[in-house]
Design a protein around this ligand. Structure first.
Ligand code: FAD
Length: 456
C-alpha cells in the first residue's frame, strides 16, 4: 500500500511525496532525516493532503502528475474542489496550445530529453532562447538506466579520461548549478573504493600511484571494509569521482519543461519534418533549427545514420543492501553505486559490442547474483534488472554540431559510456557555436564527417 501526500513547507511552498511507510516518512520529514531532501531546509512542515493507492505504478504516476500541477490546482485538490480541478485542467490544455500558436516560431526544436537534451535545453534557456523539447517518455533509455558515475580514470591501465582537466570541473559546476536551479541534489562526490580483482590490477594501481597519479591513492587501513566485503587482494581509492543523481534530475527538468509548456510528450516522426528554406517545420511548430538528442534513434535518422555509431549493450541490477554505507562507490570488476533512495544500489555493468537483442538476459542476472554473493558479506535483495544500449561511437568521441549540408539540422549525441561528464560540456559548446559561432572541438565536431554526411 502506498500513500501520496502534500506537505506545506515553512516557505509556503508545497512538497508532493510518495511512500510505502507513511508514519515513518512523515517522521523523517519532520526530523530532517534526509539532508538532501527538498523539505530539509524548509521545516517546520504541515501535512495538508494524502491519499492511499494500492499499486506502485498508480502511486508513481499520481505523484508525478501532482508534482506537475500549478499551485492553484494543488489547492483545489487539497480543498477537495473537484469542479475547480476540472476547470483548471481544461484551462491549462487551452493555454498550452495558445502559447505554442502565439509563439508561432520558436528558435529551437530539440528531440529527446535524456542527459543530452536536458543539458542542451538548459543552456538554451540560460541564453533566453525559445525551444520545445519533444520526448516520447520511454521508460528504459540509457539515461534512465545509467549509474550516473563520473570517474576520472578509465580502462585496465587506469589512465586519465579524455579532457579530464576541462570536462570534470565543468561537470561538477554544471550539475551543482542545475541542482540549485531545480532545488534538488543533482550530484555528489563519492570516491571509489577499488577492490583489486586480481594481482595484475593491483600491480597496475600501485604503479600508477608511484608514477604520481593525482586521482589514485592507497588506503593505509586496508581492513576498514572488512565487515561489508570479501577482498583478499586489498583495495585502493580513486578520488574525484562523482555520482550524478539522474533519478532526481531528469524528472525535475522534465517537470520544469512541462510547467513552462516547453515539452511535447510524444513520439517524434521524422517523416513530418519539413525543411523550408532557412527554417524547419514540424506539425504546427516552426523553428530556426532542430537538434537531435535522441540517442539511438539518430542511428536510423536519414540525416545522421552515416555516422559511425557503435551501440554498446549494458545490463544492470538494482539491489537493496541494508547496512552498506552509501558514501562510496565500490568496485570489484563490477561496480556498486549508491542511488538516491536509502539502501538502494546500482550494480553493473557489462559492455557488449555484439548482441542479438537489447533485453535483459538470464546470464547477466545469474552472473551478477553470483558475484554479489561472493563479494558481499551483507544480505541483499535484487529488486530490478534492466538493460539498455549506450549510444557509443567507433572512435569513442561524441557527435556534435550542425549537419555540414543542412545547416538547420544539428546533433548532440554519441556520448557512449560517459554521457554524464560529456553532455554538459558539449551541450554548452554547441550552444556557444549556435549563438556566437564559437568553434566546436574538432575531435567531437561532426564536421570531421563532412564527406560521409554528403551521402544521404
Ligand atoms: C547500463 C549503462 C550504464 C551506464 N552508466 C553510465 C555512467 O555511470 N556514467 C556515465 O557517464 N554514463 C553512463 N552510461 C552512458 C549514458 O547513459 C549515456 O551516455 C547517456 O545516457 C546518453 O544520453 P543521451 O541523452 O545522449 O541519450 P538517451 O539517454 O538515449 O536519450 C534520448 C532521449 O530521446 C528520446 N527519444 C528517442 N527517440 C525519440 C523519438 N523518436 N521521439 C521522441 N523521443 C525520442 C528517448 O526516449 C530519450 O529520452 C551508461 C549507459 C548504460 C546503458
Amino acid at each position: 500500500m502506498y500513500v501520496v501526500y502534500i506537505l506545506l513547507s515553512a516557505d509556503n511552498s508545497y512538497y508532493t511525496g510518495l511512500t510505502n511507510d507513511f508514519e515513518k516518512r512523515i517522521w523523517q520529514h519532520e526530523t530532517g532525516f534526509f539532508p538532501e531532501c527538498y523539505t530539509f531546509k524548509r521545516r517546520p512542515l504541515k501535512l495538508l493532503w494524502h491519499t492511499i493507492v494500492n499499486s506502485t505504478e498508480k502511486a508513481n504516476s499520481l505523484e508525478r502528475q501532482i508534482k506537475g500541477w500549478s499551485r492553484k490546482k494543488k489547492e483545489a485538490l487539497i480543498n477537495n474542489n473537484i469542479e475547480e480541478l476540472k476547470r483548471l485542467s481544461k484551462q491549462k490544455k487551452e493555454s498550452a496550445k495558445a502559447l505554442r500558436q502565439a509563439q508561432g516560431r520558436i528558435d529551437y526544436l530539440i528531440v529527446g530529453q535524456g542527459i543530452s537534451g536536458t543539458w542542451l535545453s538548459y543552456y538554451l534557456q540560460k541564453e533566453n532562447k525559445s525551444f520545445i523539447v519533444i520526448d516520447n517518455n520511454e521508460s528504459i533509455t540509457p539515461s534512465k538506466v545509467s549509474a550516473g558515475i563520473i570517474n576520472p580514470v578509465t580502462g585496465r591501465r587506469m589512465v586519465k579520461v579524455w579532457m579530464a582537466e576541462e570536462i570534470l570541473p565543468f561537470a561538477w559546476d554544471a550539475y551543482n548549478e542545475i541542482g540549485n536551479f531545480l532545488d534538488i541534489a543533482a550530484i555528489s562526490q563519492k570516491n571509489l573504493v577499488d577492490f583489486f580483482p586480481n594481482p595484475h590490477q593491483r600491480q597496475v594501481f600501485l604503479e600508477r600511484i608511484d608514477e604520481g597519479d593525482e586521482y589514485l591513492h592507497s588506503y593505509p587501513e586496508q581492513n576498514q571494509f572488512n565487515q561489508f566485503f570479501n577482498y583478499d587482494l586489498g583495495c585502493g581509492e580513486i578520488r574525484h569521482c562523482y555520482t550524478v543523481h539522474l533519478e532526481n534530475m531528469l524528472p525535475a527538468w522534465r517537470l520544469h519543461l512541462k510547467n513552462n509548456d516547453q515539452l511535447l510528450e510524444e513520439e517524434f516522426d521524422l517523416e513530418k519534418l519539413m525543411i523550408t528554406g532557412k527554417h524547419v517545420a514540424y506539425k504546427d511548430l516552426r523553428a530556426e533549427k532542430i537538434i537531435f538528442c535522441d540517442g539511438l534513434s539518430s542511428f536510423e535518422n536519414r540525416y545522421f545514420k552515416q555516422l559511425p555509431f557503435a551501440p554498446n549493450k549494458g545490463e544492470v541490477l538494482i539491489v537493496e543492501i541494508p547496512g552498506l554505507p552509501g558514501q562510496h562507490i565500490y568496485k570489484k570488476g563490477f561496480v556498486l553505486a549508491p542511488l538516491a533512495a536509502e539502501n538502494l544500489f546500482w550494480f553493473g555493468s557489462n559492455y557488449q559490442w555484439s548482441f542479438s537483442h537489447a533485453d535483459p538476459t538470464r546470464e547477466f542476472y545469474e552472473q551478477g547474483e553470483r558475484h554479489l554473493k561472493t563479494w558481499l558479506k551483507l544480505p541483499f535483495k535484487i529488486i530490478e534488472h534492466k538493460a539498455s544500449l549506450r549510444p557509443a561511437t567507433l572512435e569513442r568521441r561524441p557527435f556534435i554540431g550542425l549537419h555540414p549540408h543542412q545547416k538547420n539540422i544539428g546533433i548532440l549525441n554519441g556520448m557512449g559510456t560517459k554521457g554524464c561528464s560529456l553532455a554538459p560540456y558539449f551541450a554548452d559548446q554547441l550552444v556557444q557555436h549556435l549563438l556566437y559561432d564559437k568553434a566546436i572541438d574538432p575531435l567531437a565536431g561532426i564536421d570531421r564527417f563532412q564527406k560521409i554526411l554528403s551521402k544521404q
